[in-house]
Design a protein around this ligand. Sequence first.
Ligand SMILES: [Zn+2]
Length: 635
Amino acid sequence: MSETTVRIQDDLFQAVNGEWLKTAVIPEDRPTTGGFAELDQNVEKLMMTEFRAFAAGEKTSEIPEMKYAVSLYRKALDSEARNAAGIAPVLPLLERIRALRTPADLNDAAAAFLEDGIRLPVRMSADTDMKDALHHAFNITGPDIILPDTAYYAKENPAGPQMLQIFSGMAAAALRFAPLTEEEQAQYLADTLAFDALIAQKVKSQLEWADYTAAYNPMPTDEAAACLCPLDLKKILADLYDGRLPEKVIVNDPRAIREMSGYFSEETFPLYVHWCYVRTLLDSTALLSEELYAIGSTFRRALMGVASDPAPEKRAYQVASRCYSEPVGVYYGRTYFGEEAKKDVVELVRKIIATYQLRIEKNRFLSPATKEKAILKLSTITVKMGYPDAVHPFWSTMVFDEGDSYYEAMTKLSRIRRKYILSRLYEPVDRSIWGMPGHMVNASYNPFVNDITFPAAILQKPFYSIRQSVSENLGGIGAVIGHEISHAFDNNGAKFDENGNLANWWTESDYEAFRLLTKDMIEQFDGIPFHGGKVSGELVVSENIADNGGLGVALEIMHTLDEPDFRAFFINWARVWCMKAKEEYILLLLNNDVHSPGELRANMAPRNFSEWYEAFDVQPTDGMYIAPEKRISIW
Ligand SMILES: [Zn+2]
């Protein structure tokens, strides 16, 4: 045994993944590899072969929308046509922005801007009403900032100015293609940065967004209209909905909306126009020539530490599979997952839900009244497994003309999507919609619908395989299923009832006990140093509660097996979180991601369970030991 061998009792993640980490190479066009990312790379490779065959006419699909996906793929591949057009396709859009002289001009154009994806001083959307999950509400949110979080704008953060410099270089390079004088180009860029700096003082930080129930701030439409002035909310709503105005709107970040005059007024209007021009130009570069594409991806690549853009063929696949995500996901699911496997995993989910109920029944901090409500919520969770039985009718509206250029096709599709989202306002919520497509390596819980989604692509090794032992599958997909169920009861999910409404179903003292436990969870992670940064316990608390609940329920099932292998269970748990990432990306995630780094997910959650200590005889002198009184059990 070499001296460098890491003991599993000291560092589960390194002991399991260390060898792999030494030699693993992160692809040039990605920020990470391993675990989720590696599966994603494999799915991409597989589906690229499929698209190549489709495009060559070697095969066809019975899913009608796949025809459009393949047509879009072909258009994306045609760089000659894009290069010949240069910046020309986006010029009419930019001219509409440049023509704005007064807020009144903007108010006349605003409804059309919303449908065309041109940025207004606030974002607007029709989404599920958190307190009435069967209906939609009109949501208003402050605008996007350039940097990933408001914290980057703090004086003491050197990363902010560095990143803004990279952004400025990118914007200046793109502006050289625009029909503007050199003086105008400089002015537009300076105004963009000035407007962004004003916005950054008002909008929410990522930490504030992590408490997503705090986004629910109903406001009478009249009051919101007064806040937004000189932007004319009532006119925009009337233009969008044939004169029909909702009585209330939901304000997602009240500071930005209430203090909008701090960044948008008659005086700052020219700043807004130039900000809008520059950001629209940059938003469009991905649809233009190769040269503009390369310029437009600079900032994103720098943020993630990614050296190069994906090769053209990969990009074409990524665009097509993103624009037609559900049809592509159904194709993937039917071809590579199938009904048999679907039934198999649904059965596992049922078993995990039943075991979860047992755990709630014997839970020690809840009163019978709250337990009953929790079990009601648990038993009504809808399971969306693998891929939908049929492609949702929406996708049949995602059409373009065969003769369209790539730019025309893409802008048509974006417009259809945006119009669809806005048009839902007075329609009932369609709860059959899937949150993730079948070819995505991920899983999710939606508190507004009380459903869990497991795309087919995550249902493979190391998460799940019939060639893995039951213990390994439980340490993989079992814990992940338990994780998603636990989101129904994390610090955010616990505020929603079984119908997906933001409604309190807790007794006061039970909720207080729960709140104290979530505080313990915040403290368990807060301030852990990681690659030169630090974990924010508050930012990642919901995911850590979910990991804790997921491991708990999977371990409970382990005890019912004839021959449970707890070592195999924990080893596979660590395999699932195997990840190697670019340093820039690690720091980006530490600031912005509600998930802890994979290494910490692998190493922290097991310490809360006695099974971990028994499986590997972990002692107080070992790195992965915590005293029994510090161990946290919530669900
Ligand atoms: Zn999660």
